[in-house]
Design a protein around this ligand. Structure first.
Ligand SMILES: Cc1cc2nc3c(=O)[nH]c(=O)nc-3n(C[C@H](O)[C@H](O)[C@H](O)COP(=O)(O)OP(=O)(O)OC[C@H]3O[C@@H](n4cnc5c(N)ncnc54)[C@H](O)[C@@H]3O)c2cc1C
Length: 361
């Protein structure tokens, strides 16, 4: 029998960062993931990894962004050091203002002291590029302090890291095969103090947590080549055009464009109608030619009240969940993984806004 402190189920962004923080605090883990190469993708493997501090037509700060941003930055920087890769890219958002009402909303926001660091001016070089490569729009706004984190790279390098540390198992955890006692859980030949499910959208079918109000959302994107655009900002209208990730080397001229949102879907595969939707959106924004390189889809772990699902099962305290990061995993996961680690190791209270005890099991 192999004994570890924690079994982590799922090696997307959530499972990877949580396992990493637990290991940094001296805990032993065994991570399971059933991902195999092919057209089936986990959300973290295709996400743009964008952190957008101000969203919506009213330009409201993202929930708790002032707390989330510094922890996201320091956690990804720590991961960069340990894995020896670059993940974090500072990005400005150039937002299209479609009409006077949006412009007024934006101008109003600029008067709020706590929005000052997020509100910027369009630099002259960006204005020139907008004129040359994009269709004209009513006006533009610049949102500062945005970022983009290379999530596909993070997930793939963490897999190697966990394998090198002999704490990764390629395979699916079947919840029905768990043996749960009052002091530990056992899965096949592995015994742990706790098992933590970080299954992304698949969490909605987990028998221990299916009572939680998951609301999975299918997202699709195109990777496109736009020669000579040389754009390092994130262009945001209905969809986003995101540079991948530096403008040099293999990713030069490549842009991530998306994404769609669909709550009623039959499978997790790319669909032609989503591709056409994104192409039409690109054509109505770009003044320049582009070439579609590939098309991908995955299911986001979105939830009805838009707050993460974190905590212990109401009847089995050895079974835990760390999920529900929806459309904003990049900013949410580092903060809440640190918070959950403190809860697990130091018994600090879980924030009521994210604790699954807000639902009855
Ligand atoms: C098109 C698209 C664009 C997005 N863009 C952004 C963005 O710009 N910014 C942002 O913040 N967020 C974005 N997101 C959302 C982001 O991807 C998610 O918030 C985040 O990646 C969720 O991570 P996760 O680890 O919870 O889930 P996942 O990435 O889905 O990972 C779950 C993992 O668990 C494994 N698994 C599940 N069940 C089991 C089991 N029983 N046994 C073993 N393994 C199991 C799965 O194979 C998978 O590898 C986007 C999502 C999509 C689809």
């Amino acid at each position: 029998m192999i004994k570890v402190d924690y079994i982590i189920v799922g090696q997307g962004l959530a499972g990877s960062v949580l396992a990493f923080l637990l290991m940094q605090k001296g805990q032993s883990v065994m991570i399971f993931d059933n991902y195999t190469e092919g057209s089936k993708k986990a959300s973290s493997q295709i996400a743009a990894g964008v952190i957008n501090p101000i969203t919506g037509m009213r330009f409201v700060k993202t929930w708790r962004i002032d707390e989330l941003l510094p922890v996201a930055y320091s956690t990804y920087k720590e991961i960069e050091t340990v894995l020896g890769i670059k993940l974090w890219h500072d990005r400005h958002f150039i937002r299209v203002l479609r009409h006077i009402e949006e412009e007024n909303n934006w101008l109003l926001r600029q008067n709020y002291a706590d929005y000052a660091s997020f509100c910027g001016q369009i630099p002259p070089s960006v204005s020139e590029s907008l004129e040359a490569h994009f269709k004209p729009h009513y006006a533009y706004a610049t949102v500062n302090r945005g970022a983009q984190v290379n999530l596909p790279l993070l997930v793939s390098r963490f897999k190697t890291y966990f394998k090198d540390n002999a704490c990764f198992t390629n395979g699916e955890i079947i919840s029905d095969d768990l043996i749960v006692s009052t002091t530990c859980v056992q899965y096949k030949n592995i015994e742990a103090q706790k098992i933590i499910f970080c299954e992304g959208a698949k969490g909605s079918t987990n028998p221990y947590f299916s009572y939680l109000p998951f609301n999975p959302d299918k997202g699709e994107l195109l990777l496109v080549r736009i020669p000579n655009l040389n754009w390092t900002n994130i262009y945001k209208n209905k969809m986003a055009i995101v540079p991948l990730h530096d403008t040099e080397g293999a990713t030069k001229d490549l842009y991530w464009v998306g994404a769609t949102n669909t709550w009623a879907f039959e499978n997790d595969q790319p669909e032609e109608r989503a591709k056409l939707l994104i192409i039409n959106e690109l054509k109505s924004n770009l003044n320049t030619d582009f070439e579609v390189v590939f098309h991908q889809a995955a299911i986001r772990p979105t939830v009805k009240d838009r707050r993460p699902f974190i905590g212990l099962h109401p009847k089995h305290p050895n079974i835990a969940i760390f999920n529900g990061f929806g459309t904003k995993g990049t900013s949410l996961v580092p903060f809440w993984a640190n918070h959950f680690t403190d809860f697990l190791l130091q018994n600090t209270p879980l924030d009521k806004e994210v604790d699954i005890c807000r639902f009855s099991g």
